[in-house]
Design a protein around this ligand. Structure first.
Ligand code: PYR
Length: 365
């Protein structure tokens, strides 16, 4: 029997980095290792956060800024903040309500929740938990076209506003902590279960991440983007982009959004920090489609720097899961509140009032 949190309350946060230690004390070792861990030496994972210090924000004074306005838009979706939640698998590891509570907390923050193919909550239940809030569906494309049609149909019917095709995980990175802990998912993944008779990975319970990924499509090609668009008639983000060439390839193949990410350093170790590659990608994208950025974001100033480097929205993964574990939906909201507070301070001290102003800011080396 897997023991998880059932707490429902706001959490006190001094800084986002400190949440990890608080969660480590209370979560089962294998689950914590799976959520926290990166691949191999975790070099890329550490660089993700460290690299933000390679650029600086010039403080600007006498700009008449008495408060910051964090509101923004993606397409016709109004958002209270440029911070959104990055899709993350198996949130039942963190809380008994899993993705349903995350969806509620993200909705309370006025932001976008994205549900993973490998969630512990159905797409329908996550949608029902926050019925008026925008949700995206994150697809791990299967080699079984029947599964893709089945799951994408569910996403459309549940009201998803976009599909995120995660393209950097045709197999798992070499994650040593999962090997040491012999980590296997202790809870079923109902999106797989609903189709499990035909699915090679069953419902995910008792499997390691390598076995789950084995059922995904390994040979992803640009034409897969069109396939998803044809099936859903929804905008498609391609997630896992780290090179300008791939950004251009994806847009030419029909992508409606580019999601710059190295999967929080969980996939290719020895690759660049996600923040390092963002400016060159933004240059090639040249505002043809929106850019979401993630990997390593732990501070308001990181969000500011990503926006100033070409991102339209900035996503956070592990911090949301830690907030979920510590306080359920309200804990998730606390994580957004804290990052919004840091971002507001950064914006005001940098002399920027709006997110549009932040995007126009030039960082210094
Ligand atoms: C991960 O383990 O990183 C997934 O995205 C499933």
């Amino acid at each position: 029997m897997y023991h998880t949190s059932n707490e429902e309350h706001p959490i006190d946060i001094v800084n986002i980095a400190s949440l990890e230690g608080r969660v480590k004390e209370r979560m089962e070792v294998g689950a914590f290792g799976y959520i926290r861990g990166g691949s191999e030496d975790e070099w890329t994972m550490k660089e993700n956060t460290a690299s933000f210090m390679n650029k600086k924000i010039m403080p600007r004074i006498l700009q008449g800024i008495d408060h910051a306005d964090l509101s923004t838009k993606l397409w016709d979706i109004d958002l209270k903040t440029p911070i959104i939640q990055a899709p993350s698998a198996a949130q039942g590891l963190a809380h008994e309500k899993g993705e349903a509570d995350t969806a509620k907390g993200v909705a309370a923050a006025g932001s976008i929740f994205s549900i993973s193919t490998y969630a512990n909550t159905t797409i329908e239940d996550a949608a029902a938990a926050a019925p008026d809030a925008p949700q995206f569906f994150q697809l791990y494309m299967s080699k079984d076209d029947g599964f893709n049609e089945f799951i994408l149909d569910k996403a459309v019917k549940a009201g998803a506003k976009a599909i995120i095709l995660t393209a950097d995980s045709t197999l798992g990175g070499y994650r040593e902590e999962d090997i040491i802990n012999q980590f296997q998912f202790p809870l079923p993944m109902p999106n797989l279960a609903a189709y499990s008779e035909q699915s090679a990975s069953g419902n995910g319970e008792g499997k390691g991440i390598a076995e789950i990924y084995a059922a995904a499509k390994q040979g992803l090609v640009p034409e897969d983007i069109k396939k998803i668009k044809d099936l859903t008639h929804l905008p498609v983000f391609v997630k896992g982009i780290q090179s300008p060439e791939d950004a251009d390839l994806a847009i030419k193949a029909g992508a409606d959004g580019i999601w710059v990410s190295n999967h929080g350093g969980r996939q290719l170790d020895g690759g660049p920090a996600s923040f390092e590659v963002l400016p060159a990608i933004a240059e090639v994208v040249d505002k043809r489609v929106p850019i979401v950025f993630d990997s390593g974001v732990r501070r308001g100033e990181h969000i500011f720097k990503a926006l100033a480097s070409g991102a339209d929205l900035v996503a956070i993964g592990r911090p949301v899961i830690y907030g979920l574990n510590l306080g359920g939906a309200e804990g998730v909201k606390s994580v957004f509140d804290h990052l919004n507070k840091e971002l507001s301070i950064t914006m005001q001290l940098a002399g920027t009032k709006t997110i549009a102003d932040v995007k126009k800011t030039k960082l210094i080396d």
